[in-house]
Design a protein around this ligand. Structure first.
Ligand SMILES: *Cc1c(COP(=O)(O)O)cnc(C)c1O
Length: 391
């Protein structure tokens, strides 16, 4: 305990960035029973649990079909493969996202074309998308970053005008919607991830594709199974991308809690807003915003820390056992592996500014009010200390 905590009589509260163990704990028995059923069934791949999960995700996304696969990254890759995207093609993607959004394009031999973000939502800016279309453009991958949807009405209007495929990267946004329509139902294909830290996380990797097009669903499933139909006859060169039955069994148990978890995340976001505003820290920081058009599912609560203070603030929080993370510190257009594409510092100014300013705070459903107060309190102390030392 330090001196000021001693005087104020508070004990330090540690706040991890994530608490996957705590989140799973109330479901432990149910999860273990579901896993045991798979063990006893001997159907480790494409078992009934996979079919159940596909049906349930399709229902929630208001689409007729969902196709399971091994990861969110594979979902994106399978979409590229099923659309026959390849050398000579361009695909428009944000640079402020996780790597898999762009690597799927590169993997099939096509060229990712990076566009800048709207600084308010951190999402791909539709105007920039339109400006980046060339005769080689085949598809757009809007990423619903941090749990909030891209303006999909605008993306779809642009795509229709130019006859482009729309592949939604909804890895961070299961349960989100825009204008009342679910993420994963707007594009030709929606891609979801069950990586443990997503809003619906498995105990390992997993992914799902959603689509309104039955034929396309079959094609995606074909590519996820070595292009093999019937057995040992290969129509196309696919990959092996299957969801384990054990993962599906775990996810079926957890899916029943998804709405409650998403609501808890939204409650925590509203509580941060109140605490930051009450402490007048909204003068130093930029808080995340959303609109009534959106149902935001808060995979991340991401603030902006201006004036070059981000890294010092993060270190100060870490010393007090408060977790935080930078999603993402290096924009994709500046990654070493994409050097051949010829982007430079300054190519996408809003993306680069965001990479220098963003800080994601703990937002998981089980976070307590006391923990949130500790996060905000510690950020307040950082700024008080800084003002004192400047004076
Ligand atoms: C997590 C994530 C992915 C990849 O999902 P995996 O299941 O980890 O392969 C893709 N895009 C975004 C935006 C993500 O956050």
């Amino acid at each position: 305990m330090n001196a000021s905590q001693h005087l104020s009589g508070t004990t330090p509260v540690s706040v991890p960035l994530l608490d996957v163990v705590g989140g799973n704990a109330p479901l432990r028995d149910e999860i273990l029973a579901a896993i045991a059923r798979v063990v006893d069934s001997g159907r480790f791949l494409h078992g009934p649990d996979c079919r159940q999960l596909e049906a349930e995700v399709a229902r929630r996304c208001e689409v007729p079909r969902a196709v399971s696969c091994a990861s969110g990254s594979d979902a994106l890759l399978l979409a590229m493969m099923a659309f026959g995207i390849g050398p000579g093609d361009e695909v428009i993607v944000p640079s402020f996202t996780f790597f898999a959004t762009a690597s799927c394009v590169w993997r099939v031999g096509a060229q990712p074309v990076f566009v800048d973000i709207d600084p308010v939502t951190f999402n791909m800016d539709p105007e920039q998308v339109e400006a980046s279309i060339t005769r080689a453009t085949r598809a757009i991958i809007p990423v619903h970053l941090f749990g909030q949807c891209v303006a999909m009405d605008e993306i779809n209007r642009i795509a229709q005008q130019h006859d482009l495929y729309v592949v939604e990267d909804a890895a961070q946004s299961i349960g989100a919607s825009y204008q009342g329509r679910p993420a994963g139902s707007w594009g030709h294909v929606g891609c979801f991830s069950f990586y443990p830290t997503k809003n619906l996380g498995g105990m390992g990797d997993g992914g799902m594709l959603t689509t309104r097009d039955e034929k396309l669903a079959n094609r995606l499933a074909l590519y996820a199974a070595h292009g093999m139909e019937p057995r040992y006859y290969h129509q196309v060169v696919g990959i092996n991308s299957r969801l384990d039955s054990i993962q599906a069994a775990v996810l079926n148990v957890k899916l029943q809690q998804l709405d409650a978890w998403n609501q808890a995340r939204a409650r925590n976001a509203a509580r941060y807003d109140e605490l930051f505003t009450a402490a007048t820290l909204d003068r130093q920081l930029v808080l995340p915003t959303t609109t009534r058009k959106q149902c935001h599912v808060w995979n991340q609560y991401t603030i902006r820390v201006p004036d070059g203070q981000r890294d010092a603030l993060r270190a100060y929080l870490a010393k007090a056992n408060i977790g935080s993370e930078i999603y993402y510190p290096v924009p994709l257009h500046l990654q070493e592996c994409f050097e051949p594409l010829g982007y430079q510092v300054g190519s996408l100014p809003e993306t680069e500014r965001a990479a220098n300013e963003v800080l994601s705070l703990p937002i998981y459903p089980e976070l307590t009010e006391a923990q949130q107060a500790a996060v905000v309190g510690q950020i307040g102390r950082y700024y008080t200390k800084r003002m004192r030392s400047a004076a």
